[in-house]
Design a protein. Structure first.
Length: 157
């Protein structure tokens, strides 16, 4: 069998670490206080540890989709000519899709400002290829992401 399990291992580790950190952050209150982020256009918040349970737990779909992308990335014959020409690209794409889950869940679970910024950051990383074209890992994209992270950090104070 010519399946490479590294993409699954990397995406799986990304899923375990990011979901684990999110669970600890919710439990410890690291994301800040509930400011009602998303309350106007999402599921009604509850007084529970997870404010919007349906929206929060439905993000498992993104994690699952990322792991499926990683599984398919392990078989280079199914990637086509473009993705197979860039060895690590399918794995990175799988990890970005995995991170959509905990990023979105951060906002829906806590309704905090920082959770909202993590939600936006995860979506921004998913769509940044549009800004950077083929060089999607270019410095400009990482710099814009750092600027967005800095904004999130300052707004949570």
């Amino acid at each position: 069998m010519d399946r490479d399990l590294r993409p699954v291992a990397v995406a799986g580790a990304t899923a375990i670490v990011s979901c684990g950190l999110l669970a600890v952050a919710i439990w410890r209150g690291w994301l800040g206080v509930d400011v009602g982020r998303g309350a106007a256009f999402c599921e009604a918040g509850r007084g529970w540890a997870v404010r919007q349970p349906a929206n929060t737990f439905s993000n498992v779909g993104f994690v699952t989709a990322g792991l499926l992308i990683a599984w398919h990335a392990g078989n280079r014959r199914h990637l086509g000519t473009t993705l197979s020409a860039h060895r690590h690209l399918p794995t990175v794409i799988a990890c970005i899709v995995v991170l959509l889950g905990p990023g979105s869940a951060a906002m829906h679970a806590t309704q905090t400002a920082l959770g909202g910024h993590l939600d936006m950051l995860s979506m921004y990383h998913t769509n940044r290829r549009d800004r950077c074209g083929r060089r999607w890992l270019c410095w400009q994209c990482w710099r814009q992401s750092a600027d967005l992270w800095e904004l999130a950090r300052h707004s949570s104070r």
